[in-house]
Write a protein that binds this ligand. Structure first.
Ligand code: SF4
Ligand code: SF4
Length: 283
């Protein structure tokens, strides 16, 4: 009788510790899942947002995830399939848990469905919070202007773009709604053969809107031209570097205080002529 009681006490204790271990395991697993969810909730820095979107941090605070922009995109008259009378899938999607984008927020994947740069930009005026900023797309004549869109910038990978191999291809150039403005074809001579020409696509940074029609049109297996958010694709020289040949840029430097400049490496006290001629014996 005594033994049975002891056994049952031991078994109860075992159960107790097993439960603790089990719950701790679930806790760890829950923690891992939550960390994964939080990452998803945060989303990728490579996300392409709808036209007129505020800077990512401000956009995330302002967007209430109502989906009106995506609804306007899919239901725009130009997206209706004339044969079926039904809308095709829209450019803008609302992020789900499986997407690497903050859940519930609108985004697009240029290689799947690019932005068609609608003249009336129907996705923007419907935004109730200003997360899509109509003022940023309004020109000086108070009209909505798709040229002011800035969803990202096209980047060309010269290693996989076949135009850089000398093969004639201008698919991206022709697909661009701002043809010969946002993408130019730069002529170059093929030094290897001596008789062929290159016509290389070059992006004009200030004009490209990041619509992604070029990425969609690219003929290579994985697009050699693709859209990235400007913050990711572009560097930043710092305000103290000035384009001496550009009067606008010179004015910019004059109009702002370029003092107390900190550079990554120590600035030389020498003038350029001293520096370049250092160690040269002129005698
Ligand atoms: S401008 Fe682009 S994102 Fe907006 S409705 Fe048109 S296709 Fe959709
Ligand atoms: S309409 Fe505006 S608030 Fe609503 S989901 Fe689109 S961006 Fe967010």
């Amino acid at each position: 009788m005594k033994d049975t009681t002891k056994k049952s006490q031991i078994s109860e204790r075992r159960k107790f510790f097993t439960n603790i271990a089990h719950n701790a395991g679930l806790g760890v697993m829950g923690g891992l899942l939550w960390a994964g969810y939080a990452d998803k909730a945060k989303g990728s820095t490579l996300t392409l947002r709808p036209p007129g979107a505020l800077k990512e941090e401000d956009f995330l605070s302002a967007c209430i995830k109502c989906g009106l922009c995506a609804e306007a995109c899919v239901n725009r008259p130009s997206n209706i399939n004339k044969q079926t009378g039904k809308p095709r899938p829209g450019t803008l999607k609302m992020a789900k848990a499986k997407d690497d984008v903050t859940i519930g927020t609108p985004f697009f994947i240029a290689a799947d469905i690019p932005c068609y740069m609608c003249e009336d930009i129907p996705c923007v005026p419907v935004c109730p919070t200003g997360a899509l900023d109509i003022a940023s797309l309004t020109n000086k004549d108070s009209e909505l202007d798709f040229r002011l869109m800035d969803m990202g910038i096209a980047v060309v990978d010269p290693n996989s773009c076949i135009a850089f191999w000398g093969i004639q291809c201008d698919a991206c150039y022709r697909a661009c709604p701002l043809m010969d403005e946002a993408i130019k074809l730069e002529y170059d001579r093929n030094e290897r053969t001596g008789k062929h020409a290159f016509l290389k696509p070059v992006i004009v940074m200030d004009v490209c809107t990041g619509c992604g029609l070029c990425e969609k049109a690219c003929v290579t297996e994985k697009p050699a031209i693709f859209i990235q958010p400007r913050e990711i694709a572009l560097g930043k020289p710092g305000d103290h570097y000035v384009k001496g040949w550009d009067s606008k840029d010179e004015q910019r430097a004059v109009s702002q205080e370029v003092k107390d400049v900190t550079t990554k490496t120590e600035r030389s006290e020498q003038g350029a002529a001293d520096y370049l001629n250092e160690g040269v014996d002129f005698e």
